[in-house]
Write a new protein. Structure first.
Length: 741
């Protein structure tokens, strides 16, 4: 018999309402998994439903395993179908694939195979292979929306100048997969939907089989997943979905919160239950979360409550710099361990983007606090950081063929895998290093096309080899990153994950400035120091450790003590989200998820002043969410530009507080025009004489620096200058307050 006594009254109502469409709004920590498993057990034990007729859909393989284990504990061995959306679709497609032109043994392409298929299309169309990520982004976006090439063209033609070309590539890519009897990961959903829409036999079988359908984390479904569910539930209309619109945080990968908010449009007889009792957090923490999320307009009203009425007040910390912030977090962790006996694993530090983890990783290490990065790699193990380090390895050790192979075509230069294999084989045949093959490419018997592409890489290596002994370590690595093209690549794909990768590289350069600005070590010594400081001996994955995680990665987890750091405008909400429709509301939901991870103690931290980047400083002001969580109206703020020795008070709205990103490495710094009156720029230099690479200069604001490059002539002369501690900046010489030292 199913034990319903373990459920609260609202949970029992949801579990025992077995017929028709049921939507359960399950607030954070309200026991939604318990409700799902008890509901399935109730159907089998009390309603005598055959387990073969029950479907439960989860979003991850881990969640699938956990639900199967719970059901086995409650029911013993059973035939309930528990799977992810993709696994369900694979099973359906294998049974009926011939109805849409595939054989039953179709291939599922992984990411690597999909990229190869896309590259084949680009070569056939004589298009730039370097643009493959842009095409892949659009193809994935179209498939998540359930659109074919014509439908996607109609959607993007108004704002995408290459819409026609993108959709031609999409169409050709689809034909390539079909000709190879293959589907990519996104196809599993859209082809299954097409199958059930077109094949009456398949729809009749599965809609009849699944009398009772259950869906976990329903707020994370995308359009095509919702359409699949409607087809599967079309016969019996017994569908039970559990989710929380306040925790819908995956819009960037296709999730549509409207699926849960407008569920009654598909099922007009819908019955709704709200699970508002939280079993995780104290009421103090829930009050904070409730205050925040109540500012969202697109949501179903609910207020979390807890029987844990007592609790420590939430603390709101404001620091003047990120370095003061990390010191305060570490001091608080040590004090709580000392006073209350907390273990390291009781603590979590949550950040909006993973570039922010570096400062905590390095300082935890200095303070001998074991830590692990949850749901991702430690900072120095991330691909983009290893790519930058590979460039340095190559310049230090010319025999390091592994480093050259890693970065010869990254960022992309049109040197494909086939060409790299030819270079490696040629090197082996000639008994020379891969480095020598690249440097002597003009004297080889490769085709002119290969010589041209590899020649560009060769010229870059040569330039860097000449420069490395002429510049201080930090200045040189900053220049290396700029000239290699990391920023241009990562900021051009349109993907949030790539923007995060660029931010990680910026954080790496900041790390260099903090630790090696005045150091006299060379590149080789730097690599040795870095290898020792990130050695596996420092690994703490299997010991009691503080968790460092992004807010997204922390979803579903809980910790006794949570620190939410860098709660600042432009970080949370992110600068990108501020410019997007509905972006602020999703960011507020991300913050809400972070707040509700805490069980006993919660610290919300922000910097008021500036945050340092490798080539600039950015204003740091507490986020609107910081004030909302406190229950306060956002106040006017002071930007404290300590670097320049002045403070200024602003009454900007939050919508205008954070400036657009300025790419100092590509264009001169230009002050915003505050009035419509055209002011003639002040002339500082009428001659470029003396301005040459290596020359020492002084800027009125940035101080002393070294000229890296000079380009143009006359009034169009521009100079690129490296400033210690501030990075590389580019100026129009005539209008820049620069003087030769």
């Amino acid at each position: 018999m199913t034990d319903l006594e373990k459920l609260n009254p609202e949970q029992r109502k949801a579990v025992t309402d077995t017929e028709g469409a049921v939507l359960v709004f399950a607030g954070a920590g309200s026991g939604k998994t318990r409700v799902l498993t008890h509901r399935i057990a109730y159907l089998i034990d009390e309603k005598k439903i055959n387990p073969w007729n029950i479907l439960a859909i989860t979003f991850t393989n881990k969640a699938t395993r956990e639900m199967k284990e719970r059901l086995t504990d409650m029911l013993g061995e059973n035939d309930v179908w528990v799977s992810t959306f993709h696994s369900l679709c694979v099973s359906i497609l294998h049974k009926y694939a011939q109805n849409i032109g595939y054989t039953q043994n179709f291939t599922i392409y992984d990411e690597t195979a999909s990229k190869r298929a896309l590259l084949k299309v680009l070569r056939e169309k004589r298009l730039e292979e370097d643009d493959k990520d842009t095409y892949a982004y659009h193809i994935g976006k179209a498939k998540n929306a359930g659109l074919n090439s014509d439908e996607y063209f109609a959607r993007i033609r108004a704002y995408e100048k290459n819409a026609m070309l993108i959709c031609e590539v999409y169409d050709a890519y689809e034909r390539t997969l079909f000709e190879n009897n293959a589907m990519d990961f996104d196809d599993l959903l859209i082809k299954c939907y097409r199958l059930l829409s077109e094949c009456d036999e398949a729809l009749e079988f599965y809609s009849r089989k699944f009398k009772y359908i259950h869906v976990d984390e329903f707020q994370d479904t995308n359009l095509i997943q919702f359409e699949l569910l409607k087809l599967l539930a079309s016969k019996w209309k017994n569908i039970f979905v559990v989710g929380d619109d306040d925790q819908s945080i995956y819009g960037w990968r296709g999730a549509d919160v409207r699926n849960i908010l407008e569920f009654d449009r598909a099922f007009p007889e819908l019955k709704i239950y709200k699970l508002e009792q939280n079993y995780r957090s104290t009421q103090q923490i829930l009050d904070c979360a409730n205050r925040l999320i109540s500012n969202n307009k697109s949501r179903t009203a609910k207020t979390l409550f807890s029987e844990k009425k007592d609790g420590v007040k939430v603390e709101y910390l404001v620091s003047s710099t990120e370095y003061e912030e990390v010191d305060r977090v570490i001091s608080q962790i040590l004090a709580l361990k000392r006073q209350y006996g907390y273990s390291d694993s009781d603590f979590a530090v949550l950040v909006r983007n993973n570039a922010l983890t570096r400062l905590y990783e390095t300082n935890f290490k200095k303070n001998r606090i074991p830590y692990k990065v949850y749901g991702g790699y430690k900072f120095f193990d991330r691909k983009e950081i290893l790519d930058v380090i590979a460039y340095i390895r190559m310049l230090v050790n010319e025999k390091d063929s592994d480093a050259i192979t890693r970065i010869i075509n990254f960022p992309p230069r049109g040197i494909g895998d086939t060409t790299v294999d030819k270079l490696i084989n040629y090197s082996a045949e000639k008994s020379i290093t891969l480095f020598d093959t690249v440097m002597d490419i003009d004297y080889s018997d490769f085709t002119p096309a290969i010589k041209s592409k590899v020649g560009i890489f060769r010229n870059f290596i040569g330039e860097m080899l000449r420069e490395k002994s002429n510049k201080p370590l930090v200045e040189f690595i900053c220049e290396l990153v700029v000239k290699a093209g990391f920023e241009k690549y990562y900021r051009s794909t349109g993907k949030e994950e790539d923007l995060n990768r660029w931010e990680n590289i910026e954080e790496f350069l900041t790390f260099l400035q903090e630790n090696y600005e005045d150091s006299q070590i060379d590149l080789g010594e730097f690599l040795q120091t870095l290898a020792l400081s990130t050695d596996a001996d420092n690994d703490s994955e299997n010991v009691d450790s503080v968790v460092i995680a992004t807010m997204h990665a922390a979803k579903g987890l809980e910790f006794k003590v949570v620190f939410i750091i860098a709660c600042e405008e432009g970080i949370i909400p992110s600068s990108q989200s501020i410019r997007e429709a509905n972006g602020i509301e999703e960011e507020r939901r991300v913050m809400y998820v972070a707040l509700t991870r805490a069980q006993e103690r919660l610290y919300v931290s922000a910097v008021r002043g500036v945050r340092r980047k490798y080539n600039r400083t950015e204003p740091a002001i507490p986020s609107r969410f910081f004030s909302e969580a406190k229950g306060e109206t956002p106040q006017p703020f002071v930007r404290n530009f300590g670097l320049y020795g002045k403070s200024e008070k602003y009454n900007d709205s939050y919508e205008t507080a954070i400036p657009e990103y300025i790419d100092y490495t590509e264009k001169p710094v230009v002050s915003p025009v505050k009035t419509e009156v055209q002011v003639k720029p002040k002339v500082y230099n009428t001659s470029s004489e003396g301005y040459k690479p290596g020359a020492k200069v002084e800027h009125r604001k940035y101080g002393k620096g070294t000229v890296i490059t000079v380009s143009g002539s006359g009034t169009a002369t521009t100079v690129t200058v490296a400033f210690p501690g501030l990075g590389v900046k580019k100026f129009a010489l005539m209008n820049a307050p620069l003087t030769l030292c």
